[in-house]
Write a protein that binds this ligand. Structure first.
Ligand code: HC1
Length: 568
């Protein structure tokens, strides 16, 4: 252990710790901007400068290791003055558009400017003039607001293994962008939006589609239905000030009705449907031959990743569309027919914790109803914005129930929102369908948690089914490389694009970090326990859908509406 003194307090920390970590241990908060725990530790912004007795210059606390007997001051007038200079220098090349910025009141730079009482900027000079990149349907970049912290580069390369962003040019002209300043739509960006989650300012954010939804809601000819993704009910409350892990299912449903949606449905319904289709597909591949391991296909960032980096493994993907897209296809066929509405008048909105879903819904494969199956995707952040615009607050919304039939679901559909949830939901059903016996314990705890790669063997009748679960695309590479080299012995793999699964998706409330992901995951499983039905094959509305419309899993209509092949 190393002992040192920070602001006249003694502290001991393991060797190799930084000043920032030591300060955190005794509750001394040192401001940071570029620092991102475990991901971006580069000492670039210098806002965390501290004085170290005997050192010739101030040191960046996030990258300076502690030494025995070190004496550190974090709040002297000199330190405060130096931090003010850093902030003023950053702000001298920042567009002062706070009032109209998507991150207004949720911007780390704005918060520090307020904390450090910045009332004017002493430096006046050139300004960065790089233009906005609005080429992507999901993510928008505004380099004028970039503070060169490089968090986006780190998360894209270290966590996701995508490397769509890099540093270009030098000095004042430094630019964070795809190589050669290419536009996002033209590079291997998978639209996951993890960059937008970690950006401290409004330099990278989701494409805002709220105006399209307001317009549809105001159109008397449109019958506007909404589906809410599994993870949204443990997220949307945060956009309205609730604590991470708050479950706001009923309030969110009520709020959506107040906004004017004609029907409030649930993606959990088609998550249950996915389990029936995907479970049967797995059994068919196991019995009749087919590409194994089979890999889940509900996460659109993962699909795009496979298309760019592992195209030869595309036959391993389940042919099931994602629950969001199954919902869209059914809303404009089965539901429109049942409700006696012309499908051209049905407008489908999704609320997702995901930016890549904005890309998924405009894919050419996603028009099997004869129309674009899902019209608009809103992230959890955008729904929070709409609730605020409508003057709604969670406390004033008495909980309401989803509409039938596309709002009826089970706990299995709900757990899709957490890493391992799709696998657990599938195992609950596959086990009972194959063995004909009820599971004694329906929780598969080995599927749960934040570990990057989880593996298990589950005895299903005579067959030991070997499964793997990954979250975050960097972790996916580990199991994909094994398939590529022919050494994978798995039968079924769940791959979710974002760390933690959808609860940590790129459209989640900001901030989203490890602790917050864990709170949301805990809430997902609490929500599952609360449900009357917890296995997808017990969903009565799905059974009715098969009886009235689809006939059977993997049947002709299912193939037409619910399955696809990715071939790009
Ligand atoms: Fe997801 Fe899915 S779980 S991909 O994370 O399979 O976004 O929540 O809606 O489609 O159901 C997201 C979440 C979501 C789909 C489902």
């Amino acid at each position: 252990m190393i002992s040192l003194m920070i602001d006249k307090q003694n502290v001991s920390v393991p060797e190799g710790s930084t000043i920032l970590q030591a300060a955190g241990k005794i509750g001394v908060r040192i401001p940071t901007l570029c620092y991102l725990k475990d991901i971006n530790v580069i000492g670039a912004c210098r806002i965390c400068m501290v004085q170290v007795q005997g050192a010739r210059t101030m040191m960046a606390a996030c990258v300076t290791p502690v030494t025995e007997g070190m004496i550190v001051r974090t709040n002297t007038p000199e330190v405060i003055a130096a931090r003010r200079v850093v902030l003023e220098l950053i702000l001298s090349d920042h567009p002062m558009e706070c009032l109209t910025c998507v991150r207004n009141q949720n911007c780390e730079l704005q918060r520090l400017a307020e904390e450090f009482n910045i009332k004017g900027i002493r430096f006046d000079g050139a300004r960065t003039e790089y233009g906005i990149d609005d080429s992507s349907p999901a993510i928008q970049r505004d380099p004028r607001k970039c503070i060169l912290c490089r968090r986006c580069i780190s998360v894209c390369s270290e966590v996701q293994g995508v490397k769509a962003l890099t540093t270009g040019h030098r000095g004042f002209n430094t630019l964070i962008a795809p190589a050669f300043n290419e536009r996002l739509a033209n590079v291997e960006c998978v639209q996951c939006g993890q960059c937008s989650l970690v950006c401290p300012t409004g330099a990278i954010h989701e494409v805002d589609d709220t105006e399209k939804v307001w317009a549809a809601l105001a159109d008397p000819k449109k019958h506007v239905v909404v589906q809410t993704a599994p993870a949204t009910r443990v997220q949307v409350g945060e956009t309205m000030g609730a604590a991470p892990g708050s479950i706001v299912t009923g309030q969110m449903v009520a709020g959506l009705r107040r906004l004017g949606f004609d029907k409030v449905f649930d993606t959990d319904f088609t998550a249950d449907l996915t389990i029936l289709e995907e479970g049967n597909e797995l059994l068919q591949r196991l019995q009749n031959g087919g590409a194994l391991p089979m890999i889940t296909s509900c996460s659109p960032g993962w699909i795009k990743f496979a298309e760019h980096f592992y195209p030869e493994l595309l036959p391993h993907l389940s042919t099931c569309k994602s629950p969001q897209q199954m919902f869209g296809a059914l809303a404009k066929t089965y539901y429109a027919q049942k409700a006696g509405i012309d499908p051209s008048d049905v407008f489908v909105v999704s609320v997702m914790p995901c930016t890549a879903k904005k890309f998924e819904c405009i894919r050419p494969e996603m028009r099997s109803s004869g129309y674009q199956d899902v019209d608009v995707v809103l992230t959890s952040r955008e729904l929070g914005r709409m609730f605020k615009q409508a003057g709604l607050s969670m406390e004033n919304l008495p909980p309401e129930e989803y509409d039938a039939p596309l709002g009826i679901s089970t706990g299995a559909g709900e757990i899709f929102g957490a890493s391992g949830g799709v696998m657990e939901a599938a195992l609950r059903t596959v086990y009972e369908v194959v063995t004909g016996q009820s599971l004694e314990t329906i929780e598969f705890k080995e599927c749960r948690g934040l570990d990057g790669v989880k593996e298990a063997t589950v005895q299903v009748g005579a067959l030991p089914v070997r499964v793997a679960i990954t979250n975050g695309l960097g972790n996916a590479r580990k199991v994909l490389e094994k398939i590529r080299e022919g050494s994978s012995d798995h039968h079924f793999i769940e791959i979710m694009c974002c760390p933690g699964g959808c609860v940590g998706g790129g459209g989640s409330p900001i901030p989203t970090n490890k602790e917050i992901r864990l709170n949301r995951i805990d809430a997902v499983y609490r929500e599952d326990e609360r449900m009357a039905l917890r296995k997808s094959h017990d969903n009565p509305a799905v059974a009715e859908l098969y009886k009235e419309f689809l006939e059977k899993p993997l049947g002709h209509k299912s193939h037409q509406l619910l399955h696809t092949h990715y071939t790009e």
